[in-house]
Every structure is written in C-alpha cells, then in structure tokens.
Design a binder for this molecule. Structure first.
Ligand code: ADP
Length: 615
C-alpha cells in the first residue's frame, strides 16, 4: 500500500510538471506508476472490493452456513432413525424431524443463494460506477494509451467475470470449508479407519488436480486481453464504417477482428481444458472412496465389527462432502478467473484521475475581476512536449486582447491544437506560463475554474445522441427557451430549427447524422456559447463547407466577438482576414504576429492564399 502511495506521488510530481523540464526521471516515474497499477492482485484485493457490503455478505454467508449445518445434521438423523428402527424403538418423531430439516434447508439455501447474488451484484455495481467515473476523468494522455474498446470491455465483461467469482467463490470457500471440516469430523467419529481409506484416495487424486490448475489464470487473463483488443478493433471499424464500406474492407476487417475473437476462443479453451478435468477428477475420487468404503465397511459389518447404521451414516457423509470437495477445486479455477478480471479492472481503476494526478493548488481563491487592459489570454514562453525529450512547443508567447478575434494559423503539425489543449488544461506546460484574465491557469485557479471560463468547439464538432435541444443545452440542461433562442440566433441556426420536423425537439441521430457538417459545427458553437464563456476556442473545420454554410459560419464568428473573446484555429482566408490579429505558428514556434497583412508579409508560406473552395 505504502509502495502504491509513494509511486502515485511520484506520478503526481511528474504530472504536475509546473515550469519543470520533463526529464528522464519523469519518464521513469510514469512507467513505474503504470507498472504499479498492474501489480499482481491477490485474494486481499478481492476482499477489499467487498468493502461497504460486508454486512450483507456476512448475512448471506451466515444463511449458507445455517443451510450447510442442516445438511450435515441429516446423515446423523438418518443414522439415528435406522438405529431406532433396528432396535424396534419408536422412530416416527425422528423421521418427521428429518423431513422438516430437509425442507427448511432447501428454503434457507434458496434465501442464501439470492442474498449472495444480490450482494455480489451490488459490489459489481459499485465497481462499475467507480470505473465509469474513472474512465470519464482519466488524464488525457491515458486515453491515447488505452484503446476505447478495451476500456469498455473492462467495464462490462471483466466486471461480470468478477461478479461470478464473488458470488460463487466466497460462499463456496466459507461454506465448503465448514461442510468438509464438519463432515470429516463426523466421519472420524463414526469410523476413523474407514476415513483413512478415503483420505488416501482423495489426497492422491486431489494432488494431481492441483497441478492442472496452474495456468488457468494466465489463460483467462490472455483471453480477456484478446476480447478487449477485439472490442477496440470493432469500435475502430464501426466508427469509420463509411470508409470501411467505400473501401470495400468489410472482409478484411472481419478477418482482423475475427482473429482476435479466435485468440480469445483459443485462450479460453486452454482454461476450459484444465477446468474440465477438475470436476470429474473429484467425482472419481469420491466414487472411488465410496466403493472402497462399501467393500471394506461391508466386510466389517458382515463380520459384526461395525454397525450397518454407522456405515450408512459414513457413506452419507462422503456424499455430503463430495460436492464441496469437488467445488473447492472448481472454486480455485473460478477464483483464478476472478483474479484475472480484477487485475484488468484495477489496472484502470487504480490510475489517478485527472485531478488526483495534478492536484489543484490549494487554496484557490476566485480569480479577481480583470481590468480592461488585461488580455483575455496570455502565453509567456510556453514550452511543451507530449513525450519527454520531444518538445512540440518552444517559447510560445502571444496575447489575445479582450473581446477580440485572433486567428491562430500555421501548417498542419505546427502545434495549434496543442495550444488549445494547454489552454483547456488537458495537458500542463513544461515551461512558461499561461494566463487567463491575468491569472496563471496552473497555479492561480483550479481546472474547474479554468474550464468554466471557456468553451471549446472542436474541429469535428461532436454531436451527441439526443435531440437538438439536448445537444445545445448540454452545458446547462436547465437553460430557458429564451437563452436557447439567443444562442440559436448567434449561431445562425434559426433556419435549421424551422426546417426540422419537430424543431428543437427533433432527435439528431447517434452522431448527428441528420445534420450537415456546417450545421454540426454551428450546433457545437451554440452549445459552446450557451454558458456565456469569456473565451471561445474554435477549431475551424478544414473540410469544405458549401457557400451557405460557409457564409453562416463567417456571420456567426463575426457576431461572437460581441459576446466573448475568440481564438480561432483558422484555415480559411476569409476567417483569417476577418480576425483582428493573426498569430502564425510553425514547428511549434511563433513566427509572426500582427494584422493579416503584416503576417502575410512576414510569413508568405504560412497563410493560405485562396479558400479551399476556390481551389
Ligand atoms: P496542429 O494542430 O497545428 O496541426 P498539433 O498541435 O495537433 O498540430 O500537433 C503538433 C505536434 O504534436 C505534431 O507533431 C503532432 O504529431 C504532435 N502531437 C499531437 N498530439 C499528440 C499526442 N497526443 N501525442 C504525441 N504527439 C502528439
């Protein structure tokens, strides 16, 4: 635990990275944290996930134990009944008691089973909720490491495996141990020498079975990894389904994804082969023991050395412990599966979230109201790299005055999106300072405060599942119609709302399929403007827009500066010309700033001369 805390701290320090050159040490810390998150989990970790459900679990286990005790009492009652019968004494009451114990055991067993299932579902629900929460809050770079499909598999399939393990294994271990110890005690009490025979047979077969169990966990872990890889590949193919169709790549994709499915199949078969041997091996052991007991016991009963009732009781105890004996090995097999699943769950659940990784400087006072001369955005000698030793931005400095429109231009790969990512605190700068309204975003405000000051419109403007209203009101679901109308007009969407069959309440399809590219962009702008941000970061679409959409976008951009400061990653000469100032980036450095004409003179290659639509 201490080790884990220490390692997380180191990761914090690395993530924190304020004004510190990210060096080799940082990289090591990062790797170690990743390794720590995937350390081998054990039974203790399995027990740890039951926290908060222990009472319910104990109740379920107590019920199972009561049922097991009733089961154990039955052979004894049967022995007594036979004894009474053979000595011509009244046996009716004992028979009734035996019948009642039989029925009550069945009822208590059913209750125990249900409460155990309920508790393990509850544990898995908590785990899933924790995972979903974590998946939405991981530091941005983690999404680049894990593939989405794999993260989804961890939340669904792995948690299901774990639930089975919890529901089945925990009760089997506790109740099974109770029944076995109880049964063995009774058998020794009834006939110690017969028990010795059973011990030798079961011990020999059980020992061999144990050897087979090794390897199940590895096989299941590999199978779940393959399943995760399959989900990731499927997710990738489905998200690009149009390209897949047009390129006629269905067969190839099916082949690739099918390969992962086959890997999971083969690895699961490896586990199943070992798993399959366990049950029959134990049945063999139990049947062998019974035969031996019957033969040896029968001879002794015939010789008058032992009573028939004792032998019947002994045989009944063998049948009673045979199920838990077989299960103990089965349990070990499913336990290995559960541990394999927990391993994959913990690898994500133990990762620090975005805010744990970079703790907000405490205490964080509300940023003071800025005066008119303070720029809305200021970058001072900002340096940043996604990986140590490979800087992407070098000493980037520029300002964006309040309520102006500044265009960020430059060739692809110049670092424009990276600047946006740093402003939104998806990543932290390695060097230099970023100020919003004069306040350092890393040291002077929390992530929450920083993001509440701005809105971001991404280039491929995601439209979420739901109606147009839900999409626009995403940041403020409680927004009034009037507030919605304001941003709809600002984003030139009135025409679209009028045209849609159910207006604002029209569903817009899973990925906004019912909207054109330009409309999607403007829906995203309306969504961004609704919370009245002080700063709007707009990544202009590079794809061609038709004349109507282009004009609407230009009009929207013009109107926005009445509301807020606008920083646009601009590709269209029309947008660049409309800006009050232009900042030109090349290879992560600012190569020119000024008006459009000034920048055009300084960096003739950086600025596009003609509209993409004119080419
Ligand atoms: P632009 O937006 O100007 O096209 P970007 O800011 O996207 O440029 O990229 C700048 C550089 O950073 C490019 O060399 C790109 O390959 C690299 N880069 C961008 N995102 C990542 C990432 N997540 N991990 C590693 N390198 C990245």
């Amino acid at each position: 635990m201490l080790r884990s805390l220490r390692s997380t701290r180191r990761d914090d320090a690395e993530d924190d990275g304020q004004n510190v050159e990210r060096g080799v040490e940082g990289a090591e810390g990062e790797e170690e944290a990743e390794e720590e998150a995937t350390r081998r989990v054990g039974i203790r970790d399995l027990l740890r996930v039951t926290q908060g459900h222990r009472k319910a679990l104990f109740l379920a286990l107590a019920l199972s134990l009561v049922a097991a005790a009733m089961g154990l009492a039955q052979p004894m009652l049967a022995t007594k009944t036979i004894n009474e019968f053979s000595h011509h004494r009244p046996y009716l009451l004992l028979t009734v008691v035996l019948g009642v114990v039989f029925v009550v055991e069945a009822i208590v067993s059913a209750c125990a089973h249900y409460s155990l299932e309920r508790t393990s579902e509850g544990i898995v629900l908590g785990l899933r909720q924790r995972l979903v929460g974590k998946l939405l809050r991981l530091p941005m770079r983690r999404y680049e490491r894990h593939r989405l499909g794999d993260l989804l598999t961890r939340t669904t399939s792995d948690t299901t495996l774990l639930r089975d393990s919890l529901a089945y294994d925990l009760s089997e271990v506790v109740v099974g141990a109770f029944v076995i110890v109880g049964g063995i005690s009774m058998m020794i009490w009834l006939d110690a020498s017969l028990f010795l025979i059973v011990l030798v047979i079961v011990g020999a077969i059980g020992g061999l079975t144990m050897l087979l169990l090794a390897g199940i966990r590895k096989a299941v872990e590999d199978a779940q990894d393959s399943l995760g890889a399959m989900s990731a590949e499927l997710e990738r193919a489905l998200s690009a389904i149009r390209t897949v169709r047009v390129m006629r790549a269905e067969d190839r994709e099916q082949e690739r994804i099918g390969r992962m499915a086959r890997q999971a199949y083969e690895q699961n078969l490896q586990a199943a082969k070992r798993d399959a041997v366990v049950g029959p091996a134990m049945t063999l052991a139990m049947h062998g023991s019974m035969m031996a007991v019957l033969v040896v016991g029968g001879i002794r009963v015939a010789g008058g050395e032992s009573s028939l009732a004792d032998m019947v009781g002994f045989l009944l105890y063998i049948t009673y412990i045979s199920a838990p004996m077989a299960n103990i090995f089965d349990v070990m097999a499913t336990l290995q599966k559960g541990l394999a699943a927990l391993q994959r769950i913990e690898a994500v659940a133990q990762q620090p979230g975005e805010d744990d990784a970079t703790p907000a400087p405490a205490p964080v006072p509300a940023p003071p109201a800025p005066d008119a001369a303070t720029p809305a955005v200021e970058l001072r000698d900002v340096g940043f790299g996604y990986e140590p030793g490979r800087p992407v931005l070098h000493d980037v400095s520029f300002t964006v005055p309040r309520n102006t429109h500044v265009a960020l231009v430059g060739p692809s790969g110049a670092g424009k999106s990276t600047v946006f990512g740093l402003l939104a605190r998806f990543h932290e700068p390695d060097r230099g300072q970023i100020l919003l309204d004069g306040v350092d975003i890393t040291t002077g405000m929390s992530r929450e405060q920083c993001r509440s000051m701005m809105s971001l419109v991404e280039q491929n403007a995601p439209v979420l599942h739901g109606t147009l209203r839900e999409n626009i009101a995403y940041a403020r679901p409680e927004a009034t119609d009037e507030e919605l109308r304001r941003v709809i007009t600002l984003a030139s969407l009135d025409e679209l709302v009028r045209r849609l069959p159910r207006g604002l309440d029209t569903p817009v399809g899973e990925h906004g399929d019912m909207l054109s590219g330009g409309e999607r962009q403007r829906v995203a702008i309306a969504r961004a403007l609704l919370p009245r941000p002080r700063l709007l970061l707009l990544d202009e679409p590079t794809s061609q827009l038709d004349a109507a959409n282009e004009a609407a976008l230009t009009r929207t951009i013009e109107q926005i500066t009445q509301e807020c400061t606008l920083l646009v990653i601009a590709h269209r000469p029309s947008t660049i010309r409309a800006a009050d100032a232009v900042v030109a980036l090349e290879s992560g450095r600012v190569v020119a700033t000024g008006t459009h004409e000034e920048v055009a003179r300084l960096t003739p290659v950086t600025l596009p001369r003609r509209d993409p639509s004119e080419q």
